[in-house]
Design a protein around this ligand. Structure first.
Ligand code: ADP
Ligand code: ASP
Ligand code: MG
Length: 410
């Protein structure tokens, strides 16, 4: 029976002409079986980074509207080239921008959220037996402006389209064979995970596992759309992200995430009285800055420090806002530390297992690694460490929780 398949190909999978042709061949192998196919593509290779550097060379603080006009072009290039590659193979394909197919977003440039997708145009083209190719990462705001969805946002375009179209299958095709127990580029012993829950993937993605975009997993979870993360260039089964896995007993730790993309901010010597934290974090929220870990020191003589972490992409804005508030509340100074890393262990099995935090901290201690901040959720433990210790910690924890011993499907 024919299926409606949504496939997303990431930037490294369409980085050059040879790879675009290989991806086209892969798409053809599905089209031959009379499936209906909607393809979402990212910009070729490093295009988005190059466009951002270009903009910053011209203006270090470019307008966000113009940034969206600029960076949305990367996906337009790859989608049209992929359509041409399919034409060359005698397959009927048509490429569209996000705006053309009615991906409607809110008005927040460079981090827009999808509000609605009008599927009529896509369905009309599918009815004409065309392969529909859609530029990922972008949409049209309710003010008729071109928007982008945040870095890595093509995953989100694909999952949202799969949801709006009621697709039978949603594949995230990338440059690794699936979701691994840790980034396989850093931990050689990392193993491919066969099945992982939405909740675990969400934790891993939010804590730095770049392989899936966090908001894409959120949408998949909300609408219960299983995702298949797999290689763009091999037929091997990848990782299924789903509501519940069928393991009789869950492993304690499913995977470990690692990021160097956060910075630590400390507001020093502020008055320890009600309302101070609310003031700081309300102001940051109003500026749409996502704060991750927060630690307040023990108060000495009614004076305290608050440290928190933010994505480095929000650092300039955070410094500006923090200094303004520090001045208003009489805090002494704001310290910025970019030399940190965050390592997080994640697994639903932790819920019913004691001693996980103890093992995690002991391993770090044995390796003489100092922990600067800790945060926990029901299924994760995150530690902020010195940047130089990050990879060592990741490898040591991977070994401690025996993630190198798990068996993959294929
Ligand atoms: P794409 O361009 O296809 O969107 P990304 O670069 O965004 O691909 O994501 C794939 C990369 O994510 C891999 O090359 C890998 O280095 C990194 N990664 C980080 N953590 C993991 C993990 N746990 N499993 C697999 N890949 C991971
Ligand atoms: N091209 C965009 C980026 O590099 C979106 C994506 O790749 O998903 O962030
Ligand atoms: Mg990606």
């Amino acid at each position: 029976m024919s299926k409606l398949i949504v496939q997303k190909y990431g930037g490294s999978s369409v980085a050059n002409v040879k790879k675009i042709n290989q991806v086209a061949e892969r798409i053809v192998s599905y089209a031959r079986k009379k499936n209906e196919i909607v393809v979402v593509v990212s910009a070729m290779g490093d295009t988005t980074n190059e466009l951002i550097s270009l903009a910053k060379e011209i203006n270090p603080q470019p307008s966000e509207r113009e940034m969206d006009m600029l960076i949305s072009t990367g996906e337009q290039i790859s989608s049209s080239l992929l359509a041409m590659a399919l034409h060359k193979k005698n397959y009927d394909a048509i490429s569209f921008t996000g705006s053309q197919v009615g991906i409607i977003t809110d008005v927040y440039h460079t981090k827009a959220r999808i509000l609605n997708i009008e599927t009529k145009r896509i369905k009309d083209e599918l009815q004409k037996a065309k392969i529909v190719i859609i530029a990922g990462f972008q949409g049209l705001s309710t003010h008729q402006e071109i928007t982008t969805l945040g870095r890595g946002g093509s995953d989100l375009s694909a999952v949202a389209l799969a949801c709006a179209l009621g697709a039978d299958v949603c594949e995230i095709c990338t440059d690794v064979e699936g979701v691994y127990t840790a980034d396989p580029r850093i931990v050689k012993e990392a193993k491919k995970i066969s099945y992982i829950t939405f909740d675990e993937m969400l934790e891993l993605a939010s804590r730095g596992a770049q392989v899936m975009h966090k908001r894409a997993v959120e949408v998949a979870k909300k609408f219960n759309i299983p995702l298949h993360v797999r290689s763009s260039f091999s037929k091997k089964e990848g990782t299924i992200i789903m509501k519940k896995t069928s393991y009789i007993e869950e492993p304690i730790v499913r995977g470990i995430a690692f990021t160097e993309d956060e910075a630590k901010i400390t507001v020093c010597n502020l008055p320890d009285k009600p309302g101070v934290a609310a003031l700081i974090f309300n102001e940051l929220a109003q500026n749409r800055i996502n704060v991750d870990m927060i630690v307040q020191n023990v108060s000495h003589r009614k004076i305290t420090d608050i440290s928190f972490t933010v994505p480095k992409t929000n650092l300039l804005k955070t410094i500006k806002v923090s200094k303004r508030i520090a001045e208003r509340i009489g805090a002494e100074e704001v310290l910025i530390d970019e030399d940190v890393t965050k390592v997080s262990i994640v697994g639903v099995g932790m819920k019913s297992y004691h001693g996980v935090a103890a093992s995690c901290f002991s391993v770090l201690a044995e390796n003489k690694i100092n922990i600067e901040m800790i945060s926990t959720s029901e299924i994760s433990i995150s530690c902020i460490l010195r940047k130089k210790d990050g990879k060592k910690a990741l490898k040591a924890l991977h070994k401690e929780f025996e993630l190198d011993k798990i068996k993959s499907r294929s």
